[in-house]
Design a protein around this ligand. Structure first.
Ligand SMILES: CCCCCCCC/C=C\C/C=C/C(=O)SCCNC(=O)CCNC(=O)[C@H](O)C(C)(C)COP(=O)(O)OP(=O)(O)OC[C@H]1O[C@@H](n2cnc3c(N)ncnc32)[C@H](O)[C@@H]1OP(=O)(O)O
Length: 783
């Protein structure tokens, strides 16, 4: 647990709890014993604490911290803290790998810190719904000041060794043998006074500005938190660092108790383990086919067909993971555009050497030798089948053929080839080099080896791969269908688009359904509906009731927008946008980034790019998901001067679009809808409960094997707020299945023709029998 050895006058304590040396109560107990022994031994004059194996301790063991062993863990933590802080012999921490959470806090409690250049330090507790409760909120500000401490703790960001040195968090970067250097360093500081080495005894450098700093950051933090309580609680704890150390520690302990016992902490820790648990896939139809039994094919080279936004993003992801890529595009202009985007993105990431791994071509024969192909052409079944037919002939027989479809039938695509066992869906999310989710879809004939290969590919390229079955829209987009329908029905009844968006954003989503559709392009769904014969390019199909399709309620408002050319951001007009000439954009258009409130003049941004389209493309490849979402939202609103989120320079006031509102008003009148006031609660419930209800259908049909698979899909692909744990977790642990059922019953009684509000049989069954989603198909879970 903590190995004790001596090198002359230096005692070395090496934490040994593979794989990450996390702190369990036993590890902490062993540390206390080691420290006591070193303190007792007169021959020992200094102490080194290090981690054995690949890393310095990566923090508290979350299973213990959450379980019944939390109390002894925390009491042992206090003992370690006391021993370290009051020790009369210098303690040197030797850091390699990842010193995270409690690991970093142990280092901060020590007198000296050495690190190898590759070491990473961070206080990531905020991502787990907690705060750095082992003195981190009190010691960090004493070194870096309140302002930087707020930034580091509320973001949980990684601090590389060099940056840690600059910030004064480590004393020396060690190039050679860390342990040897640490022992010799410890020897060199023996006998020196320790008082000024104890961080607890220092004062906070910007203590006089604490209120000012907190006030200045509070709004930004609140906005970014989107309903999560941990970030602001972290700020409260940091604020207490200007008090005497003991008082600050007491405040930290109180706030830590509050967070640790909150439902949000449990939800975020569920997310942490679920993100890892999805790797442990099994085939819903045959549990013997699973991550243990199926062997992946080694993939070294990948062909990407189609160099649009998705194809380029996928290529970047593959190159960043060190894979060889052959990018094929039949349109030369499109190919050149993609090459420029890829080059620029990789350059920004200082990874230009990866370009050497890329071959670009317009010739299919160049794909003859790749291990796998990912098709990313236009979302059209006929076109995709044609591409697969060609790929089947050209690629080597053992090559895996994957389609980046967002909802088309994998079996139909596979049927175009003579190797359906090697055909699989790999649904990336836009922007593909940023979004972490990879929804992997198996067809009827997809082999276990092919499934294992794409699940392994997800890990290789740093994505979270989730295995799902084949159905229209798979899991993510299928569940989005009822959510979007209900959002549209709310418009019919009297809500404005921006009210729906606001309610959903207040729940924690980065974007509501209408801004999201404008961003993605209204024509995507429209084309799909045309293919499904729900509408036509000229209006509703002949002899079809305006508000019904195949017996189901249907809202034609999005089709009407498309017929008017309002396809979304790309045409300058969507659900909430006015048609606007592109040239107008060069005049006095400002973007206010919601992330930090800074204002940019779009005209100046445009001066560096030729067209708005290029600018959007550049921003799409910005490697920061949160910034990207806000940027897109801001851009979209500026592309649309009268939509709900237009900002005049210097103002945050959102202005609704009178043209769209009038159009909806006319539609209500024409179809006899009476406008009524609808609460945010009803908006959220109807949109989200219908989405979740579809999740129960998905589970019932075995399209998703576990509720956690659905949660991970929504968390990593659709911006579902992390602090709520995902749709299925949220509804079971926070809302309650019984309440969900009763709400759906109430709504479906009121709207009997909204089929997606009819409670799923699985939900009814679970409520009747007291079943639990967590127990549904879980593996040997930690959850
Ligand atoms: C003043 C002195 C004080 C000292 C005493 C401190 C006591 C602490 C008491 C309370 C306050 C402290 C709180 C905390 O420390 S909270 C935890 C903070 N740490 C983290 O959040 C780290 C979380 N882990 C990671 O980010 C990553 O795992 C990684 C970067 C460390 C490694 O990534 P990678 O190599 O990709 O590996 P995996 O993520 O796949 O992990 C491997 C395996 O390990 C499991 N695991 C990881 N971290 C933990 C953990 N903290 N507790 C329990 N288990 C953990 C992970 O689930 C994987 O398991 P597998 O799927 O079964 O393989």
């Amino acid at each position: 647990m903590a190995e004790y050895s001596t090198y002359g006058s230096v005692a070395v304590l090496q934490v040994n709890n593979p794989p990450l040396n996390t702190f369990t109560r036993h590890v902490l107990q062993a540390l206390v014993s080691g420290l006591e022994r070193a303190q007792r031994d007169p021959a020992v004059r200094s102490i080194v604490i290090a981690g054995k194996g690949p890393t310095f301790p990566a923090g508290a063991d979350l299973e213990e911290l959450l379980g019944t062993a939390a109390a002894p863990l925390l009491s042992n933590l206090r003992m370690v803290d006391k021993h370290v802080d009051t020790c009369q012999k210098p303690i040197v921490c030797a850091i390699h790998g990842t010193a995270l959470g409690g690991g970093f806090e142990l280092a901060l409690a020590s007198h000296y810190r050495l690190a190898v250049p590759s070491a990473t330090l961070s206080l990531p507790e905020v991502h787990l719904g907690m705060l750095p409760g082992a003195g981190g909120t009190q010691r960090l500000p004493r070194v870096v000041g309140v302002k930087s401490a707020i930034q580091l703790i509320t973001s949980g960001q990684d601090i590389k060794a060099q940056q840690a040195l600059t910030l004064g968090l480590v004393d020396k970067i060690v190039q050679g043998d860390l342990l040897k250097e640490a022992v010799s360093f410890a020897r060199s500081v023996e006998g020196r006074p320790l008082e000024d080495r104890r961080i607890s005894q220092r004062t906070v450098p910007d203590a006089d500005k604490v209120d000012e700093v907190v006030e200045a950051t509070r709004k930004t933090i609140l906005r970014k938190a989107r309903g999560a309580i941990a970030p602001l609680t972290c700020v409260q704890a940091i604020q207490a660092s200007v008090l005497p150390f003991a008082a600050g520690m007491a405040r930290e302990a109180d706030l830590m108790t509050y967070l640790m016992t909150s439902w949000q902490a449990a939800a975020q820790q569920y997310v942490f383990f679920s993100e890892r648990e999805v790797r442990q896939w099994s085939h819903p139809r045959d549990k013997h086919i699973n991550f243990r039994t199926a062997k992946p094919t080694v993939i070294k080279s990948v062909g990407v067909v189609g160099a649009g936004t998705m194809g380029a993003g996928i290529t970047i992801s593959l190159l960043q993971a060190g894979l060889k890529v052959v990018l094929l595009e039949v349109n030369k202009k499109q190919l050149d555009k993609a090459i420029a985007v890829i080059q620029k993105t990789l350059r920004q990431k200082s990874a230009s050497q990866k370009m050497s791994q890329l071959t670009t071509t317009m010739d299919y024969s160049q794909l003859s030798d790749v291990d796998m192909v990912i098709e990313a052409v236009f979302e059209n079944l006929r076109l995709k089948k044609e591409v697969f037919r060609k790929l089947d002939v050209i690629t080597k027989p053992q090559a895996v053929l994957a389609s980046n479809t967002s909802g088309l039938d994998i079996d139909k695509i596979a049927a175009a080839t003579k190797r359906p066992d090697k055909v699989v869906g790999t649904h990336f999310f836009s922007p593909a080099n940023v979004m972490r989710l990879l929804e992997n879809i198996y067809g009827k004939k997809t082999s276990a080896e092919t499934v294992a290969t794409v699940m392994q590919l997800a890990t290789t390229i740093g994505k979270v791969g989730v295995l799902v079955g084949n159905c229209a829209g798979f899991v993510g987009n299928r569940m989005l269908g009822p959510y979007r329908s209900e959002a549209l029905f709310l418009l019919e009844e009297g809500v404005d688009p921006q009210d729906v968006d606001r309610a959903i954003e207040e729940f924690g989503f980065p974007m509501g359904p209408f801004r999201m559709t404008d961003l993605a392009g209204n024509d995507i769904g429209w084309r799909r509906r045309i293919e499904a014969r729900l509408t036509t390019e000229h209006g509703p199909p002949p002899d079809t009731p305006a508000l019904y399709r195949r017996g189901d309620r249907y809202c034609p408002l999005p089709d009407m927008l498309c017929l008017q050319g309002r396809l979304g951001q790309k045409t300058g007009a969507g659900c909430m946008m006015l048609q606007e000439a592109k040239d107008d954009l060069t005049e006095n258009i400002y973007i206010r980034f919601r992330t930090d409130g800074s204002v940019f003049d779009l005209r100046r941004l445009l001066a560096h790019t030729k067209t708005l389209e290029e600018l959007i493309l550049d921003l799409l490849f910005a490697d920061d998901c949160a910034l990207l979402a806000h940027t897109e939202a801001a851009l979209m609103s500026h592309h649309a001067p009268s939509m709900c989120n237009r900002y005049d320079p210097g103002s945050r006031t959102a202005l609704p679009d009178p043209v769209v509102l009038q159009m909806i008003q006319d539609y209500r009148q024409e179809h006899g809808f009476k406008k009524r006031t609808i609460s945010s609660q009803e908006i959220v419930e109807r949109c989200l409960y219908s989405l979740i209800n579809e999740g129960f259908h998905v589970l019932d049909e075995g399209i998703a094997s576990r509720a956690l698979d659905i949660d991970v899909i929504y968390l990593f692909g659709y911006g579902w707020p992390r602090h709520t744990g995902g749709p299925m977790y949220y509804v079971e642990r926070v809302i309650g299945l019984e309440k969900l059922l009763r709400s759906l019953e109430t709504y479906s009684a009121r709207y009997p023709n909204h089929s997606h509000l009819q409670p799923s049989p699985l939900l009814r069954d679970m409520v009747a029998k007291g079943g639990s989603l967590a127990a549904l198909g879980t593996t040997d879970s930690k959850l």
